[in-house]
Each structure stands twice: as C-alpha cells, then as structure tokens.
Unconditional design. Sequence first.
Length: 282
Amino acid sequence: MATQFHIVYLSPNGSTGKVAKAFAEQFSGADASVTLWDLAAETEIQSLFQQLKTDGKVCLLMGSPVYRDMAIPPVMALIDKLPPIEGGWAVPFVTYGKACSGVALWQMAGALQAKGYQIAGAAKVVALHSMMWTAEQPEGEGHPDAADLEQVRQLAAHLVRSLDADTCKPLPLETLDYQPAERAQEFKAKIDKPWAIVPKTVDGDACTECGTCAAECPVGAIQLNPLPEFGATCFDCFTCIRTCPETAISPAMPLEKIAVKIRERVQTINEQPLTEIFSAGI
C-alpha cells in the first residue's frame, strides 16, 4: 500500500515553509500522494484530521521554527488536537537561526508518540535568524541553502522507499535528545511553563491603523482598537514588527541588543552539525 504524506507547518519567516516544500517536491517527484498544510492560512484543519483517520498508511510531517529552544505553541497545540492513531508514522522537522535547535525535535516527537505515531525520522535545518532582519551579516544568512535542502530531500526519498516497502524502523526518542545533559534539562524545564509574551510598544503618532500587522500575523493574535493590541495567542514571531510599514511597533528590547545576544549565544553553544537528518534506516 502506498503511503499518504501530509505536511503541516507554520512558517512566520518563510524558512520552515522552504523545508516543507522541499519535502513535498521530493514526494511528488516520487509519485507519492502528498498534501501541504500551512497553519497560517489553513482554515479546514478538520479535513486533515479526517484524512489521517481514513487514509490507511499515513505519514504526518510536522514543521516548526524553534523559539526559546522549543517548538512554537501553535504547532504543539495542533499536535495536542490530533486524533489518536495507531500504526501511523510521523516526522517532526524544525528550522532554527543557528543559535540553538533546543529540544524542539524531542518535544514534538514525544507528543506525536503520545498520539500513537511512530517516529520515522526527523530533521533540524539551520536558517536565517528571524529576529536579525535589520542586522548586517545576520546569523544563518543564506540558509536553508541547496545543501541543507538536499539533506531534506534525501530523508524524503528514504521515507518513500522504506514506508512503502514496510521496512521503516522507528526512530528512538532518545536519538532526538542530543543536547548536552545539563543544557537539555534547562531547555526541557521551559516546556510546561506559560509562554510569556514580549512587551511591545506601539507609537500612536506613527501608527496609521493600516491593519498590516493584523493581516500578517500568522495566528490572528492582533486586533486594532484602534491601535494594535496583542492577544494571548501571540508567540513573538515579530512578524508585526518586521512588516509594519511605519515601523510603529517596537519590542521591549531593541533589535540591536537582541542581535548582540543572539551572536553571543551562537558562539557559546556552537551547535554542530548545523543541519542534520535523523532516521534509523539511513
């Protein structure tokens, strides 16, 4: 029986979307059945749930950027809503801005296993850091590049071969627990804590109430009243700050200082390899 591949992702800065599309292109090129679900635009997610329950042999690929060393809340919330399934396969994948991929793959894989999925593989892919768009030579500049995406395609090709032939071996969860023990413990301690939203200031004189921030927010967290107000679903992707035509929205810490801290973290952690795929069969 042929495997049905479903790729679900949220990509505020575009990098996770590039990886999702690389997976989809490889699946399509192998004549595999594939659907692509962008959570920022998707309103019919219940249709995905129905397909997961009725498609037979399924593989769910779930993509998230890494924020604060974790998968972002909207992706984890979707995993929590997934219908339980026995015998399905899943592949978590993440992009991160070179500073650290954290425990996001381990976190996502554990949640997917709790829903009955076996982990067929995983991928972490280095990308342009989403908070350094104003910086010179931002961390992760030029990524994901052709070499990064080639590794993604290799994993996709392996998934088609092994799942269709029923030779795929489950990836042990501990394989994705690759951070040094002390660092991993620090990161995991964040998972069950509330997501504290970064305070943002709106310059009332500069804001024209154009609504760009609300329209571009990937989770609909902004309302105009008449100035932008940020709701509880905000996870600090800074899309509103990046896309505001009047630069009227500012984070509590200036972007220049954020960039300094990011560079310090890149040097301190020095994660290697930057891009890596995981599979029990490769």
